[in-house]
Write a protein that binds this ligand. Structure first.
Ligand SMILES: [Zn+2]
Length: 250
């Protein structure tokens, strides 16, 4: 692992080690619905490195097949990815399923249904974690999430004070607006190092965001190299379940 692109991460992880600290990472992968070859690849890769993966599953379109595929896969958890991943924002606005565009009771009903469906299909594997499609939710809905059974919310970017626990992603491997493939590896390493810098001072863990259905080879190789490097350092890949248990109020 002498690739110069990865050196900054190696150096940063050495800094943590010298300080007697353990860096935390977690992995969220969005848009699963059913078993696919790409999902197999994700589960194999994460399994090989014992990395817990949280699949944000679209409740409206998923079913038994995914639950069957995941049964026995100890390192996979599922979260509620909205209801139908449907955009209700008008043309020209950023896409949102859980925005202010529909009556709030309707949106909350969708979320309650999504929660129940994931619970029915996945039981213990289902986390009380909401991952809003496109990482956006009307802030006015957040105080209602606890009532629906959710214990945490996961969007993208730095955590802000909220009425519910936030377990955010903050490093997105995909170049959505350009190539729609992997972002530049050196840039991703730089972002991970920057996030580790914030985490060192008490900020959020590194939350890697992937979308297995659209990965090109460059994404798969990036993720593999990251796992390789973290496996050689004192790093914890954590599951939101652990994080929630730790953050529980006495
Ligand atoms: Zn999504």
């Amino acid at each position: 692992m002498n690739d110069p692109i990865w050196q900054p991460l190696h150096q940063e992880l050495l800094r943590w080690e010298r300080a007697g600290r353990v860096a935390d990472f977690w992995l969220r992968d969005d848009d699963a619905i059913e078993p696919t070859a790409a999902l197999d690849r994700l589960l194999d890769l994460t399994g090989e490195y014992a990395v817990p993966v949280t699949l944000a599953v679209v409740p409206a379109f998923t079913g038994e097949a995914l639950a069957v595929r995941l049964s026995g896969v100890e390192h996979a958890l599922v979260a509620v990815h909205g209801w139908a991943h449907e955009n209700h924002a008008p043309e020209g606005e950023k896409k949102q399923e859980l925005g202010p565009h529909r009556p709030r009771d309707i949106v909350l009903e969708d979320l309650a249904r999504g929660f129940a469906r994931m619970d029915d299909l996945h039981g213990e594997r289902a986390l009380p974690l909401l991952v809003p499609p496109w990482n956006r939710i009307d802030p006015g809905l957040v105080p209602e999430l606890g009532r629906l059974g959710f214990q945490a919310l996961s969007v993208f970017g730095p955590s802000k004070p909220a009425s519910i626990r936030l377990i955010n992603s903050n490093v997105d491997v995909m170049d959505w607006h350009g190539t729609r493939g992997c972002r530049d590896h050196a840039l991703l390493v730089e972002e991970i190092v920057a996030q580790l810098g914030r985490a060192f001072g008490g900020g959020d863990a590194v939350g890697l965001l992937t979308h297995h259905l659209v990965h090109d080879e460059a994404v798969w190789s990036f993720v593999k190299r990251l796992f390789e490097m973290t496996s050689r350092h004192r790093v914890r890949w954590r599951s939101p379940r652990e994080m929630l248990a730790e953050g529980a109020l006495p």
